[in-house]
Design a protein around this ligand. Sequence first.
Ligand SMILES: Cc1cc2nc3c(=O)[nH]c(=O)nc-3n(C[C@H](O)[C@H](O)[C@H](O)COP(=O)(O)OP(=O)(O)OC[C@H]3O[C@@H](n4cnc5c(N)ncnc54)[C@H](O)[C@@H]3O)c2cc1C
Length: 312
Amino acid sequence: MSSINDQATVIVGAGPAGLTAALVLARYRHRVVVVDSPRAPRNDASQGVHGHIGLDGVPPAEIRARAWRELSRYPTVQLREADVDAVRAADEGGFRVELDGGEAVEAATVVLATGVVDVHPTHVEGFAECWGRTVIHCPFCHGEENAGRRWATVSDSADLAALSAVAFRPWSHDTIAICDASTPGVDEARTAARSRGGDVVAGTVRRLHHRQGSLYAVELADGQVLERETLVWTPPQRQQPLVTRAVDELKLTVDDGGFLSVDEARCTNVPGLYAAGDVSARWKQSFTASAAAGATAADAIHAAAVLGAVHG
Ligand SMILES: Cc1cc2nc3c(=O)[nH]c(=O)nc-3n(C[C@H](O)[C@H](O)[C@H](O)COP(=O)(O)OP(=O)(O)OC[C@H]3O[C@@H](n4cnc5c(N)ncnc54)[C@H](O)[C@@H]3O)c2cc1C
């Protein structure tokens, strides 16, 4: 098999970013090893991924299975199910990618496509059952499926709470915001929200009342029960443990939210180490944006290999 780059690219993570990077590199006939964790991916609770043409509404597991089948047709691609424990700089240049179980893969280039971890509230009964259905992190992803219902949003910003009735109007004409009573500006936000047809309730969510994941009421810590059918709640995020370790060991640059900093080619500050998808995307997190980032990284890896071949 002729290949412009005999050394493998290891792609860590088989979400849309990693899978697209793998497919694009396969088309360039690069050797690729995709390593994906056997753990359920972050969007596992989704009943269908929305907003990507040709795949709208297809469950995440089915998309992965299809992609896996497509990639397995390429002779330069190897697919591995394992957790990557560490990515280290190799003494002889390139990287050493260490898998759980002790095996290591040498790589000229690595793409970190690990996504991020949502930090779910542990103290809210019913959260897990409703998550991805009627407790949603993103109206783009789940709004259509929740349209016309009575919405609430949990917000730690009084400014956003004041705007919520307008911001969610494409999906619901009945939206209130729930803000912790200690949130600065909560009274002004309530006045502004009411002038826009919404409201702001001060309190902390304690329990979600639901029937098989279909929310019908939100209970606050003070005992108030709000009749709400959809709750927009965007939990904080953190990096996968592997990425946190790589940031320390390889001195990777991150932004103030801990997301990996990359250039236009999706390369980190360490040459040969790329990052694509949510791992380096604080604001634009979506299936399509991640796939596009994976393709950009793969194009850049191929361009660098061609330039390397030209200049010896
Ligand atoms: C519930 C939910 C519903 C969503 N719905 C939509 C939607 O409808 N439309 C949309 O556009 N976006 C949606 N999103 C967002 C979208 O899923 C993400 O933006 C996208 O999947 C990010 O792609 P990614 O490739 O960067 O990471 P991910 O898809 O998160 O994939 C990362 C992969 O890396 C693996 N991994 C992590 N660490 C390691 C390791 N150490 N070793 C090996 N593998 C590892 C993970 O297991 C995972 O398989 C949703 C998100 C959630 C949480």
